[in-house]
Design a protein around this ligand. Structure first.
Ligand code: ZN
Length: 278
């Protein structure tokens, strides 16, 4: 879809299943299961939707999905379904992997950064996008490489350490401009340095909200993931952001929603809903 000078294409790297209770934090199951039905292991289905951005003759992708390095045990635990995957959706968009110039990570959890690297036939790990620079927030890198008991399972070193070994990472600061009209904003909350991405062109704004608002069910303020390390930061940032998104009619990209890739947040009589456009 067109946004001013940008061409924006939601991609798909398949689906995973995560514990429904963990996805909705303090919200009781009778409420969340109406929005996201659980399977027999209490898991709900989530998509992984990196965003392809064509800007100034360059091709950027925001996040890279899960990738294809996970083993059978992992795939069973997380109900991995990559019948549709990133290479396929890039091809569908008319783009090949070597054409990608920039990969921008919102954070380094496996469902966002797994697709940053791939394994060759001899087992070597290498950057998945051979001609790309990878942009990673410096603080997020620090945390990902010094995990603790609460976040260790989300940070898998094979997804990001090979990038630095290959010399293809540029570390970014909080709230940095990436390209003309494209900037990151540190939201914190989910991780200390989790960031969302603003795309602004010709007076219009789109925002890739990553795990700040992972699905359309997470627009309402208390619907915050149990996974978030700093949920009160998520609450404060989301409250201000959703107000801004409604008032300024931001086009929102929902990275994990199984049905809705993009839409506008509307408010009628104090009730918020998402008008899906993709
Ligand atoms: Zn995520």
């Amino acid at each position: 879809m067109r946004l001013g000078e940008f061409e924006l294409t939601p991609l798909l790297d398949g689906y995973i299943r995560l514990d429904g209770g963990a996805m909705f934090g303090v919200v009781p199951k009778p409420l969340w299961e109406k929005r996201a039905p659980a399977d027999d292991r209490n898991r709900i289905t989530l998509a992984m939707r990196p965003l392809l951005v064509a800007a100034e003759g360059r091709l950027l992708i925001i996040d890279a999905g899960l990738g294809d390095k996970t083993d059978a045990k992992f795939n069973d635990l997380y109900g991995v379904d990559r019948a549709e995957h990133l290479d396929g959706s890039l091809a569908h968009a008319g783009v090949t992997v070597p054409q990608i110039d920039l990969v921008l990570a919102t954070h380094l959890h496996f469902d966002h950064a797994g697709g940053c690297t791939s394994r060759t036939a001899d087992g070597t790990l290498r950057p998945r996008f051979p001609n790309a620079r990878y942009l990673v927030n410096g603080g997020e890198w620090e945390d990902a490489t010094h995990p603790h008991e609460r976040n260790r399972a989300s940070y898998l070193v094979e997804n990001f350490v090979p990038l630095v070994d290959a010399g293809v990472v540029d570390f970014t600061r909080d709230d940095q401009q990436i390209l003309s009209g494209i900037r990151v904003a540190r939201s914190g909350g989910h991780t200390r340095c989790h960031q969302i991405v603003y795309l602004e062109s010709h007076g219009r704004t789109a925002v890739f909200t990553a795990d700040l608002i992972p699905t359309t069910a997470h627009v309402d303020e208390p619907w915050i993931m149990g996974y978030d390390l700093y949920p009160m930061e998520t609450l404060a940032f989301k409250r201000a952001f959703v107000r801004e998104a409604i008032d300024r009619e931001y086009l929102i990209f929902f990275e994990h929603d199984p049905q809705v890739a993009a839409g506008y947040i509307r408010e009628t009589n104090g009730r918020k809903r998402v008008e899906a456009i993709a």
